[in-house]
Ligand binder design. Structure first.
Ligand SMILES: Nc1ncnc2c1ncn2[C@@H]1O[C@H](COP(=O)(O)OP(=O)(O)OP(=O)(O)O)[C@@H](O)[C@H]1O
Length: 284
């Protein structure tokens, strides 16, 4: 794979921000399609009949009460778990039999509910880890330090700094990842996921533990990532202001089952969702 393909140039051209809910492009260009997806753990059906389609540049939300099965869906999409039934298509291709790394190469990247950075490494090194599987110098090139290795390293470093600059983190490149404030560590996780050049970025509770101003900044950055790279983003989040402000399509899970799908307005007006989740969120 050519190093030039790390982030295709055209992806760096910003596309205009959309002020209204864009027409969903799922019929023409779904990046993700799940059909009858489900998983059982022994006698427990954690996810069942999960049907969803996400357009190529859509911001989608997956919400629902604790234990509803949201993270399990992400674990299915990234092949941490093998589905008990159903199909997952990424960019029109079936992911059956693929492992986590192969699905990442097909374009799916994620962050985790609990931060999983290499805390002893620098910020830059954390991003380079995301970029390295895209490099084309191979093991020999790395061991013998061939010119292709140095060329690749230089390109990767420039890309890493470019990606860090999305979150204005380029000046922290040489800082130890574990020394960053909490909000910055969460941002770094997103940058590292972006470094794998995804078409679909899965964010598991990106605003967890953030204060309101950090959350507001995060919302802007999620939209900026979509607009800059033209990729799809699917997020799990309990912060309803974030979800309702930036998601164009939302699916609601309850006891592993989708109980509603729609725009933020449709979801907020749905009696089943208010009963199962939104009403309880307001009371909390
Ligand atoms: N590896 C596993 N083995 C057994 N049960 C599991 C496993 N992973 C998840 N579950 C169960 O599946 C159900 C859904 O859990 P999941 O973590 O997906 O919920 P969630 O919607 O992400 O919750 P939260 O909002 O609290 O993060 C829970 O009952 C959980 O205990």
């Amino acid at each position: 794979m050519s190093a030039d393909r790390l982030i295709p140039e055209q992806k760096l051209v910003p596309i205009p921000s959309k002020n209204i809910i864009p027409e969903r492009d799922i019929d023409k260009h779904p990046i993700l399609e799940c059909h009858n997806l489900g998983i059982d753990f022994g006698g427990l059906t954690a996810v069942n009949e999960f049907d969803i389609a996400i357009g190529k540049s859509e911001i989608a939300g997956l919400i629902g009460p604790n234990g509803a099965g949201k993270t399990t869906v992400f674990n299915l999409l990234t092949k941490v778990y093998a589905p008990t039934r159903g199909t997952i298509m990424v960019n029109g291709k079936d992911t059956a039999g693929k492992n986590t790394i192969q699905v990442n190469r097909m374009g799916v990247a994620r962050t985790f509910q609990n931060i999983r950075l290499f805390k002893d490494l620098t910020v830059l090194e954390n991003v380079l880890i995301g970029l390295h599987h895209e490099m084309d110098y191979g093991l020999c090139g790395a061991i013998f330090r061939l010119p292709t290795f140095w060329r690749g390293e230089k390109i990767a470093k420039a890309r890493a700094i470019e990606l860090l600059s999305i979150f204005d983190m380029q000046d922290f490149a040489e800082h130890q990842a574990g020394s960053l404030p909490y909000g910055a560590q969460r941002r770094l996780e997103i940058v590292r996921a972006l470094a794998t050049n995804p078409s679909l970025l899965l964010l598991d509770e990106p605003a967890a533990g953030m204060n309101p101003s950090e959350t507001a900044e995060l919302m802007e950055n999620i939209v900026k990532i979509r607009d800059t790279f033209g990729i799809a983003i699917m997020l799990i989040e309990h912060d309803m202001s974030l979800v309702m402000n930036i998601c164009e399509a939302i699916a609601v899970l309850n006891f592993g089952q989708i109980i509603a799908k729609g725009t933020p307005d449709q979801i907020q007006a749905n009696p089943a969702v208010i009963e199962a989740y939104l009403g309880k969120q307001k009371e909390a």
